[in-house]
Design a binder for this molecule. Structure first.
Ligand code: ZN
Length: 426
């Protein structure tokens, strides 16, 4: 159904400065009118009285695991999870097998997404060949094939010379370079954040400075190159401060934070549950508070999940051997509405910026607006729905959530992609 009349929704469109009850008409998969009252007899109608209509949410940091690790997730299952979570589009990282470092893999991902994906898939190409950090990948080819950014996410680019070349080269395409920031030499065999809790638990720690050192390096390199740098999953107060200062100098830097870094601290590791083992690790309360402030005030541009599905057998290993990473697509909206909106009082338009406008801008893709002519990509929110996270109900193949059993308030009630309803949980 590509023609649809939405009636009596609270429409929140930060770009248009709109927060009020409106009707929205969708024709040919595009927004064709937003007005107080729209008369259009004979058109399928949705009455969304009491619900919020927002420009579609975009998760700019997702691991879809296909090709190569389909037992963890497929493009189809990951897209189904995204739709169920309220996302109309996902940017998928390149650490598949084979790595998405050339045109053929990008094309395969896009073809599979076209055939079996409920939502839009935005491939991110590798920055270096095979993500080995030695030689630049075929960036121009991948951009031509449809990649929206480059990143070696999962690994940090330890060679500053290579990072400098990548940033300089990216300016030809005005392409965002997404960076996973951790000095690998400072991490050692760290399992969690290095601090009081790791000392108490006797677990090897990862110092916050490992992340901050590379943020500092890359902000400077991006400034010199005039390139677009996007810092993935920023997790520390000092890291965010460096990004804030760079923004003040007009460096083209953006950043994202994950729902788990906004909601949890390293105290969660006391349980030795590998579902709290992620990279970057959960940090102490002071860092979490700084991220909350950054999300509320605008230093943080986007909330992104770093959705990283693993099989239960792998996550079930003893803590030290279990892989890093948690799923996030189906809990993100509930966690953000609960923690940021209901608990911290962050206004809804700001939430929509973090989940829609910000990611669209950082990736330089369509979306983040309900203006006439834009694709009818819409997330419908039920702000008051109370629910409890049950991993068994996930569409994702991954059950490795750090929010199992958590009571939440607020959910994605519907997801609409190009005027087509791909999720309806009203
Ligand atoms: Zn990462």
């Amino acid at each position: 159904m590509k023609t649809l009349l939405i009636r009596r929704a609270r429409v929140v469109d930060p770009v248009a400065g709109l927060d009020g009850v409106r009707d929205v008409l969708i024709e040919e998969g595009k927004i064709s009118k937003v007005a107080a009252r729209i008369q259009k007899p004979g058109v399928p109608t949705l009455d969304l009285d009491g619900l919020v209509v927002a420009p579609g949410f975009i998760d700019m940091h997702v691991h879809l695991r296909e090709p190569g690790q389909e037992w963890k997730e497929t493009i189809a299952s990951g897209c189904a999870a995204a739709a169920a979570g309220g996302f109309v589009a996902v940017a998928c990282m390149a650490n598949t097998d084979p790595v998405n470092d050339c045109r053929a893999v990008t094309e395969m991902i896009l073809a599979e997404a076209e055939r079996h994906g409920a939502v839009r898939v935005l491939p991110v190409g590798a920055l270096s060949k095979k993500m080995e950090g030695k030689e630049l990948a075929e960036i121009g080819e991948m951009v031509a094939a449809g990649c929206v950014a480059v990143s070696d996410d999962g690994k940090s680019v330890m060679d500053g010379g290579l990072m400098r070349r990548a940033l300089e080269y990216s300016t030809i395409f005005d392409l965002p370079v997404l960076v996973h920031e951790q000095d690998a030499n400072l991490l050692g065999t760290g399992q969690m954040h290095e601090g009081a809790v790791s000392a108490r638990l006797g677990l090897a720690g990862m110092p916050a400075s490992a992340e901050e050192a590379l943020i500092a390096r890359d902000v400077l390199l991006a400034e010199d190159a005039g390139a677009r740098l996007h810092v993935q999953h920023v997790s520390t107060a000092r890291g965010l401060t460096m990004i804030r200062l760079a923004k003040r100098r007009k460096v083209k830097v953006t950043c994202e934070a994950t729902p788990h870094h906004l909601a949890l601290t390293d105290e969660a590791l006391e349980s030795f549950d590998a579902n709290f083992k992620m990279n970057p690790p959960l940090r102490p309360e002071a860092d979490r508070a700084a991220l909350l402030r950054g999300a509320a005030e605008g230093a943080i541009d986007a909330v992104a999940t770093d959705h990283a599905p693993h099989h239960a057998d792998e996550k079930g290993l003893e803590f030290a051997r279990a892989p890093f990473g948690v799923v996030g697509l189906e809990t993100a909206v509930g966690v953000v509405l609960t923690k940021l909106h209901h608990e911290e009082g962050v206004p809804l338009p700001r939430i929509v910026e973090l989940l829609s406008v910000g990611p669209a801008r950082a990736l330089r893709v369509a979306g983040g607006t309900l203006e006439v002519g834009a694709p009818a990509d819409i997330t419908v929110l039920d702000l008051d729905r109370e629910w409890t996270v049950d991993p068994e109900k996930f569409k994702s193949k991954g059950r490795n959530t750090c929010f199992a059993g958590m009571p939440l308030k607020g959910a994605a009630a519907m997801t609409i992609v190009g005027g087509r309803v791909v999720h309806d949980a009203r």
